[in-house]
Design a binder for this molecule. Structure first.
Ligand code: C5P
Length: 234
C-alpha cells in the first residue's frame, strides 16, 4: 500500500514568541517546514507529502516548497488548514488521492525526526497495526494537579507510575480508513491523532521514538534544533 504523509503546519506558534508562523521560522537558514518535509520525504516509502498551510498562506507555502530542493520521486501538495490542529489534519486527509492506504501525520514542529523513526512507524503499520505512535520514556516524574483559577500553588492530585508513561511524538502512522473514521466520529478536542483512534476503541501501539524528534515549542528548542543540525554536518 502507498504511504502519504500529512504535515499540519497551520499553527501560529505563540509559545515560541512573536514572529512568523512557527513552521516558517528558519533553522540554520532553512524554514522548519522544509526540514520537516525533507525528513518525511527521506523515507523511500513516502510517495506523497501533503502540507497543511496557514488558512491564508497556501500560495506562500507553495512557493516556499518550489524554492527548495526536494526529492523528485515524491509528490507534494499544499492545502489550507483550519482553526485547530485537528481540523487542519482533517483538511489534509480530504486532499489524499484514493490509492494511499497508509497515512502518516507529522508535526511541522518536529523538523529533525530521523528517517529510521519514520520507517519504523511505517513498518509497524505494514505489519498490521492500525495506529502506531513513536514514544519515549519520561526523564521527569509527572504530577497530576488541580489547576487553579488564579496563579499560585496548585494542589497535587496524583503521581502516575513513571515507568508506565511515554511521551509521544510524530510521525504517527495509521491505516487510512481507521484514521478517516476517527476524524469523522470524534468531535472532542485532542492533542494527537492516535487518541482519536483510542476513543473509537481501536488498539494503538507505541514503537521507540527518537530524542531528535522533539517538538520545537519554546525559544530554547530553537537553540537545541540548531545545535543538532550543526552536529549532523560534522
Ligand atoms: O500547537 P502544537 O505545537 O501542538 O502544534 C502541533 C502542530 O500542529 C504544528 O506543526 C502546528 O503548525 C500544527 N497546527 C495546525 N493547525 C492549527 C494548529 C496547529 O496545523 N490550527
Amino acid at each position: 500500500s502507498l504511504v502519504a504523509a500529512v504535515i499540519p503546519a497551520a499553527g501560529r506558534g505563540v509559545r515560541l514568541g512573536p514572529g512568523a508562523p512557527k513552521a516558517l521560522r528558519a533553522l540554520n537558514g532553512t524554514p522548519m517546514l522544509i526540514h520537516a518535509v525533507r525528513a518525511l520525504a527521506a523515507s523511500r516509502s513516502v510517495s506523497l507529502v501533503v502540507v497543511v498551510s496557514p488558512p491564508d498562506g497556501a500560495a506562500e507555502v507553495k512557493s516556499l516548497l518550489d524554492a527548495y530542493e526536494l526529492p523528485e520521486r515524491t509528490d507534494f501538495l499544499v492545502v489550507p488548514g483550519g482553526e485547530s490542529r485537528q481540523e487542519s489534519v482533517r483538511l489534509g486527509l480530504d486532499a489524499l488521492p484514493p490509492d494511499h492506504g497508509i497515512v502518516l501525520v507529522h508535526d511541522a514542529a518536529r523538523p529533525l525526526v530521523p528517517v529510521d523513526t519514520v520507517d519504523a512507524v511505517i513498518e509497524a503499520v505494514r505489519d498490521g497495526a492500525r495506529a502506531v505512535v513513536p514514544a519515549l520514556p519520561l526523564a521527569d516524574t509527572v504530577k497530576e494537579v488541580e489547576p487553579q483559577p488564579e496563579a499560585g500553588p496548585e494542589p497535587v492530585v496524583a503521581t502516575p507510575d513513571r515507568s508506565r508513561l511515554r511521551a509521544v511524538q510524530t510521525p504517527q502512522g495509521f491505516d487510512r480508513a481507521t484514521l478517516v473514521h476517527a476524524h469523522e466520529s470524534v468531535t472532542q478536542d485532542v492533542t494527537d491523532d492516535a487518541s482519536m483512534v483510542e476513543q473509537l476503541g481501536e488498539p494503538v501501539v507505541c514503537v521507540p521514538g527518537h530524542e531528535e524528534a522533539f517538538k520545537v515549542t519554546r525559544p530554547l528548542d530553537l537553540v537545541l534544533a540548531e545545535a543538532v543540525l550543526a552536529r549532523r554536518r560534522l
